[in-house]
Design a protein around this ligand. Structure first.
Ligand code: G3I
Length: 407
């Protein structure tokens, strides 16, 4: 059992060469290596898809291998600030997350402040009639209905920008954004040192629109992004503020990222790092990642790989999106042929690129600790299997660290 082996390996009599490798040590001269954690990992007990014992083993693996954590869900607006007003915050799980990181001396990332998804309807609600062009077919629960704290969709809401009722004014929405950011960032000032300030604001596809058509864009206008960064910087001037998005391995989406960040830099918005989610698939190679990092690095900002996983499901091989509704299906069905080897080759190439770009890449976060807790578990996208055993992809990643130090 991996965890037992590694505990033995920490005993003084064991030769260094026989010690199992640890991700956080292997890359310590280059970048932090982290993982997204779910609520049970920081509060204890049974989790969605995991027994209490399995969860305990997941936590042990997390502490052993990783030196940075991101909350998979608990700092999203829907969860931390489900209701309007001063009493509208539920900080319990987020506090547990932060305390876990502090007690285990891990770098703590906050995810995420402003997003089109997982935002309760009350945030966008007001008295202005929606424009006739507001064409969203998603049935929208009454304002506040998604604020219940029950399980499943009610708890998380179908918050994909589906609110169609009367709207807040630009001023009201900016005020709510500012209050939210000041309260949440302020609470964890000096503890959460890196924030995903704006998440997934770029449009998909090859069209000419740079920005996604969200309620933030419709109600506030394109400067909602700069405003979010300004508010976060006011709340914690020392925090590293990231713009975070997916699909940046795709040249079209990358062009939009570069246009957006240049625009923000021109108006001196305090954007300090680029978050590249990297929800990718096994056909992603060294060359693809090298090209992406080369171009993103021209912006002159640190690059953080924020949500890394490599889908091995056959059906996911052309998908580069990260919206859960569209992507869930792509992690279903059979794995690609020779999946373990393809996954190892892909991870090896990707980490070769990260190490090559070590002057820019400062953090690499996996979106989960093992396949069982992954949001696309059936695509077996991570380095450890559901029993926390390292897969060939783990060895391929460690090999890249060794290769780089032997050069
Ligand atoms: O906890 C409930 C459980 O009680 C219930 O039985 C189950 C039934 O479906 O749902 C569970 O909640 C789910 C939750 O994840 C925890 O697993 C929600 O339905 C589901 O909507 C939620 O999905 C999260 C998703 O973001 C939407 O917020 C995923 O965990 C999370 O991995 C994913 O993460 C996003 C990043 O924030 C942004 N980038 C893309 C990435 C992947 O979609």
């Amino acid at each position: 059992m991996w965890l037992i082996v590694s505990t033995l390996a920490l005993s003084p009599g064991v030769e260094a060469a026989d010690r199992p490798a640890l991700l956080k040590d292997a890359f310590k001269d280059y970048f932090a290596v982290g993982a997204a954690v779910n609520r049970s990992m920081v509060t204890g007990g049974a989790a969605f898809r995991r027994s209490a014992e399995q969860n305990e083993m997941d936590v042990a693996l997390l502490k052993e291998q990783f030196n940075q954590i991101s909350p998979e869900n608990d700092l999203k607006w829907q969860l931390v600030h489900p209701r309007e007003g001063a009493d509208g915050f539920d900080f319990g799980p987020a506090d547990s997350f932060v305390n876990f990181g502090l007690s285990n001396r891990m770098q703590i990332v906050g995810h995420t402040l402003v997003w089109h998804s997982q935002t309760p309807n009350w945030v966008f609600a007001g008295t202005n009639p929606p424009p006739a062009s507001a064409t969203n077919t998603t049935p929208s629960p009454a304002v506040g209905a998604a604020a219940t704290n029950g399980p499943g969709l009610a708890r998380f809401g179908r918050g994909f920008g589906g609110y169609t009722g009367p709207r807040a004014s630009r001023e009201e929405l900016l005020q709510r954004m500012r209050d939210h950011i000041h309260t949440v960032v302020g609470r964890y000032k000096g503890k959460i040192k890196t924030w995903d300030v704006v998440n997934e604001a770029l449009a998909d596809g090859t069209g000419t629109n740079v920005l996604r058509n969200s309620l933030w864009l419709q109600i506030v206008g394109p400067d909602f992004i700069a405003k979010a960064f300004e508010y976060a910087h006011e709340a914690d001037p020392d925090a590293i503020l990231r713009y975070n998005d997916y699909g940046l391995e795709n040249p079209e989406k990358r062009k939009k990222l570069i246009a957006l960040i240049k625009m923000l830099q021109a108006r001196k918005a305090p954007v300090h790092a680029i978050g590249s989610q990297a929800h990718i698939n096994v056909s992603t190679s060294f060359e693809i990642m090298d090209q992406a990092l080369t171009e993103i690095a021209t912006l002159g900002l640190p690059i953080h790989i924020t949500e890394l996983d490599v889908n091995s499901a056959q059906s996911g091989q052309r998908n580069t999106g990260a919206d859960i509704a569209n992507n869930a299906a792509t992690a279903q069905g059979n794995l690609v042929a020779d999946a373990d080897k393809k996954l190892a080759d892909a991870y090896g190439g990707i980490f070769r690129a990260f190490v090559k770009h070590r002057n820019a890449v400062k953090m690499v976060t996996f979106w989960g600790v093992n396949d069982a807790v992954s949001w696309r578990a059936q695509g077996k996208p991570l380095l450890f299997d559901g029993n926390n055993q390292p897969k060939p992809a783990f060895d391929a990643v460690i090999a890249e660290a060794k290769l780089s130090t032997s050069k």
